[in-house]
Design a protein around this ligand. Structure first.
Ligand code: GDG
Length: 495
């Protein structure tokens, strides 16, 4: 589907839509594309509007990237049309990148924004690295803005900044634009939750952070609740005047609009993959598959999920030899200690549960520490009886949506935590509070034994909603929220 936007779109994200690989012998650079819903949806708009993408290439300053390689002739990915002069790589010294990315983004903002402040590490030098890196992103974004004006002088570029890595970038861009007398539209989208005031104020530099985001004209979150939290923080921490009903914040004599924009998936692409993928499970009639698909991250609640599964086997032994839990845990942030410890804990729990219940013909848990191909993933989604999407906290969670899209055969059941953003709209799922083991086990049992009619009814409703509200719908809503800027925010201050 083509999405029309006249403004050249400049996407600013921690990563480019592909990584650059350097051949250690020849020094040759190539692009490696990793498919994700966001890139699939957004890259074509950047191409179509003659925009640019600013982000980290996967290499460091020490690696000495001279130029961005063009896409290869056989490249069929959504980024194939992105010419090298539409890509601006951010190359940083390794140490600075590490302080910014691991030290501040992953060790501080990630746990804090998932309302797990005890895990958050607050360190001044890491915050300083974050600020410096955000400034570097802003400078390179200005190069992109200049290129847009050279190529399309009559169009005001739309700068779209993504996620918790770049919350301080917009303010810099605004200051430079003001100095140069340049006009840009600026939007920010946060992919993780925005927590309540009581959590945000623990961050020692909270007011600077909020002012950084308020450099934008339009700020988007997955949920209404996250919008409310952000508006509340601007009011209570910065003392801004706010209009909660219209979701407007007054800052530095400007109005900033706030929008709930729940992200989604390329639904039809997942349906097609499910139609084409080979059988995932043998002996399907005798075996039921419980499926979990997550990055290995403490927010995803894997420890509690395994323990609830163990409780299920204790409370309902009829599932022994009949049900298998297949957990795909994709390695993530492997150089952070917290993640290494979690991996060890999970290895032990899986070993213990399998040791306790395995019979000559069956093991209760199949645990893949790694990733599977998209086709395999679609086959698992299609053939699973139950998907367990039970994070302790999650901005949205795309796995819940991908699972229902792929459920093209016998309808299965989605077990969903209300602490995922997806839990707010996917009301026909079986909701479970992952913190309480007995209830958790009972809900899994209910899912495994649910009558066909009820499964079908729930799944049909879930699929209908996700088909309509897919990632293209989301992108159109984002563009609408930016288009409405002129009328809503053109310096009309709150009364
Ligand atoms: C952040 C927010 C928000 C997983 N295993 C494999 C694989 N995956 C893909 C899934 C899915 C993606 O990874 C995971 O997306 P989630 O949304 O579940 O989670 P985060 O990575 O934490 O994403 C989240 C999201 O941003 C978007 O705004 O929903 O709340 O935390 O697409 O399919 N893909 C393949 N093999 C695997 O083994 N190919």
């Amino acid at each position: 589907m083509v999405i029309h936007s006249t403004s050249p779109m400049v996407v600013v994200a921690n990563r480019l839509p592909f990584v650059i690989c350097k051949n250690s012998k020849t020094g040759e650079l190539t692009r490696k594309y990793s498919a994700g819903g966001l890139v699939t949806a957004v890259a074509p708009v950047v191409v179509e509007t003659g925009g640019l993408w600013v982000g980290w290439s996967g290499l460091h300053l020490e690696d000495g990237i001279s130029a961005i390689p063009e896409s290869s002739p056989d490249d069929k990915s959504p980024t194939a049309g992105l010419r090298s002069d539409q890509v601006i790589p951010v190359n940083l010294p390794r140490k600075q990148f590490d302080d910014y990315y691991n030290g501040c983004c992953n060790a501080c903002f990630w746990p804090l924004f998932h309302s797990m402040p005890d895990k958050a590490v607050f360190e001044e030098d890491k915050w300083e690295a974050y600020v410096a890196v955000n400034e570097e992103f802003a400078k390179l974004t200005m190069d992109a803005v200049h290129k847009c004006y050279e190529r399309q002088p009559d169009q005001v570029p739309l700068v779209w900044i993504h996620d918790y890595h770049l919350m301080y970038t917009a303010n810099y861009i605004r200051n430079i634009c003001n100095d140069e007398g340049l006009k840009v539209k600026m939007a920010f989208f946060l992919h993780i939750p925005f927590p309540s005031w009581d959590i945000v104020r623990l961050f020692p530099w909270a007011s600077q952070l909020l002012q950084g985001i308020l450099g934008c004209d339009s700020v988007g979150f997955h949920l209404e609740d996250y919008c409310i939290n952000f508006i509340d923080c601007c009011h209570r921490i910065l003392g801004c005047r706010v209009d909660r009903k219209k979701r407007l914040i007054e800052h530095n004599k400007r109005s900033v609009s706030v929008h709930p924009l729940p992200i989604s998936i390329p639904y039809d692409r997942f349906v097609q993959m499910a139609e084409e993928a080979p059988e995932a499970i043998k002996n399907k009639n005798e075996q039921q598959l419980l499926l979990g698909v997550d990055r290995l991250d403490y927010t995803k609640g894997l420890v509690k999920r395994f323990k609830a599964f163990e409780r299920l086997l204790e409370l309902y032994p009829q599932h022994i030899e009949k049900v298998t839990l297949l957990q795909i845990a994709v390695p993530s942030r492997t150089d952070v200690k917290e993640y290494q410890e979690l991996k060890e804990e999970l290895d032990q729990i899986v070993g213990r549960i399998n040791g306790r219940f395995t019979t000559p013909n069956w093991s209760p848990i199949r645990y893949i520490y790694g990733s599977v191909t998209h086709d395999q993933l679609a086959a698992f989604y299609r053939d699973a009886s139950v998907a367990l999407v039970t994070p302790l906290r999650d901005g949205m969670n795309l796995v819940a949506k991908e699972f229902v899209a792929c459920q093209i055969k016998e309808p299965g059941v989605l077990v969903l935590s209300p602490f995922a953003g997806a839990g707010v709209t996917m009301q026909e799922a079986l909701q479970v509070n992952p913190y309480e083991q007995n209830q958790f086990a009972k809900v899994i049992h209910r899912a495994l034994t649910m009558p066909f009619d009820e499964r079908e009814l729930r799944m049909t409703q879930l699929r209908r909603r996700e088909k309509i509200r897919d990632v293209n719908f989301w992108l159109r809503e984002v563009l609408k929220s930016v288009d409405s800027l002129d009328e809503a925010c053109d310096s009309k201050l709150l009364r």
